[in-house]
Design a protein around this ligand. Structure first.
Ligand code: BGP
Length: 466
């Protein structure tokens, strides 16, 4: 049993390209589905400038090193590398990420690279997006370019960020479904195509990069039954499978979970697949499971849509007719944006994941979005964020030291303030404040929050004081 957290533990932080970089059309970058989106909730900005990291990357890496980060998890923008999604490679795009990776390595910060984080090239989207099987080869080619250009320095790769959220709650992250289509079948076809694409990329990584490790990065959360009624326990189980295990069983065990296949068949929504594709899925084995955790879920057997309608935005992972309905958990406090806070749920999730898959775990997101205010002395007192991290890291530490779970690293969301998927800049997550508002860009200057100093200290003493 370990007595302390391993010295190689990757204490890090996370961002994603479209939410952080800006420069949405700089140096020949092509447009992604996030750049052409026009359905921003009122009062919320777009992603054109974001946190201006495209221009400030050097000072940003310096600040990361001041924070003491051992790792930095970021995504690569597909259209910065391939403006049309396929074909012509943009040298400037390669240069940007080469510079960023070199700078990280200069400061001994391990790069953890997400290949795809919600920003599909618009050109490919217009061609059917993830629903069109051609995208499997496009994703493979794009990944090949990343492996060839960065694989000598990047040893940690993540395939697709939150594939399950794209299937379960895709509208807010850019998934569009034509009205004429059978919605369930359409979404599960997208899922299958992503699974095949992911398998090919995992296999390519193992074949071409001997020092690299690669894994998926879904959003995973434990699910409680809303009451002790047996039928609600059944609903919680349904949700667990549909939300979590369906995605990871396919990736780790190489087969689709039967409960979901039954559900699809009963609803005349089975997706199209071939034996070759299933063999490909079966042959690809991830080295670790990366996952994002913000909050747990609670489910009851469905009886009305009313409760579902009352849920706050992203917690509203759709209730599924005949399977489960998500409800509020009155035992938990909520963030300013209505997300339930559940640190023990984090440990529960780690235990369930490790028990089921027996693979090393890498936390790629965890954090709290809130309204931060900068005072006249340029200070930001985000004590609520420190409290959130303290509670969650404490539970992770128990999971490592007591439950003996193999965890490689912890990369909270986010290193810097950035643009939320659908709630703008006002919903801040960073250790570092970015001075801009939704509709006033100012100069995007960076300021260290109280949580910055707290996290720095925690990294320095390897969480010994918690
Ligand atoms: C995850 C995404 C991130 C991030 C985070 C916070 O789902 O991977 O991109 O944004 O959640 O969510 P939000 O921005 O909606 O508050």
């Amino acid at each position: 049993m370990p007595k302390k957290i391993n010295d190689n533990f990757l204490w890090g932080a996370s961002t994603s390209a479209y939410q952080f970089e800006g420069g949405y059309n700089a140096d020949r970058k092509g447009l992604s589905v996030q750049d052409v989106r026009n359905n921003y909730p009122e009062g919320t900005t777009n992603f054109e400038v974001a946190s201006d990291h495209y221009n400030k990357w050097k000072e940003d890496v310096k600040m990361m090193s001041e924070l003491g980060l051992k790792s930095y998890r970021f995504s690569i923008s597909w259209t910065r590398i391939l403006p049309n999604g396929r074909g012509d490679i943009n040298k400037k795009g390669l240069e940007f990420y080469n510079n960023l990776i070199n700078e990280l390595i200069k400061y001994n910060i391990t790069p953890i690279v997400t290949i795809y984080h919600f920003d599909l090239p618009d050109k490919l989207d217009k061609d059917g997006g993830w629903h069109n099987k051609n995208i499997i080869e496009d994703f493979l080619n794009y990944s090949k370019i990343l492996f060839e250009n960065f694989g000598d320095r990047v040893n940690h790769w993540l395939t697709i960020n939150e594939q399950n959220i794209m299937i379960l709650f895709g509208e807010i992250v850019g998934i569009k479904i034509p009205e004429t289509e059978n919605k369930i079948k359409y979404l599960y076809q997208i899922n299958h195509n992503m699974m095949v694409a992911q398998a090919k990329v995992i296999n390519l990584c193992h074949k071409t990069l001997s020092n690299s490790k690669i894994g998926p990065a879904p959003n995973i959360a434990c699910v409680y039954p809303g009451t002790s009624k047996p039928i609600d326990n059944l609903a919680a189980f349904n949700m667990k499978v549909m939300r979590n295990w369906f995605y990871l069983d396919t990736c780790v065990f190489g087969r689709y979970n039967k409960l979901v296949l039954n559900y699809l068949r009963e609803n005349n929504s089975m997706f199209e697949y071939t034996i070759e594709e299933m063999n490909e899925i079966n042959s690809a084995k991830p080295d670790f499971i990366a996952f994002n955790y913000y909050t747990s879920s609670t489910a009851i057997f469905p009886f009305s849509d009313k409760l579902f309608d009352e849920m706050p935005s992203q917690q509203k992972i759709k209730s599924v007719k005949g399977m489960y309905q998500q409800v509020k958990n009155d035992n938990l406090n909520k963030t300013d944006f209505g997300w339930e806070i559940d640190a023990i749920g984090f440990r529960n999730t780690l235990r369930e994941l490790y028990d089921r898959y027996n693979l090393p775990l890498l936390i790629t997101e965890n954090g709290i979005g809130g309204y931060d205010k900068i005072d006249n002395n340029y200070q930001i007192h985000d004590q609520y964020r420190i409290k959130y991290y303290k509670e969650h890291i404490k539970q992770m530490k128990i999971a490592i030291l007591q439950d003996n779970i193999d965890i490689i690293g912890y990369n909270p969301w986010s290193a810097f303030d950035l643009v939320s998927t659908h709630e703008g800049v006002k919903k801040r997550y960073g250790f570092i404040y970015v001075d801009r508002e939704d509709f006033d860009l100012k100069e995007c200057k960076r300021y260290k929050k109280d949580s910055f100093y707290w996290y720095k200290n925690l990294i320095e003493n390897n969480a010994n004081e918690l």
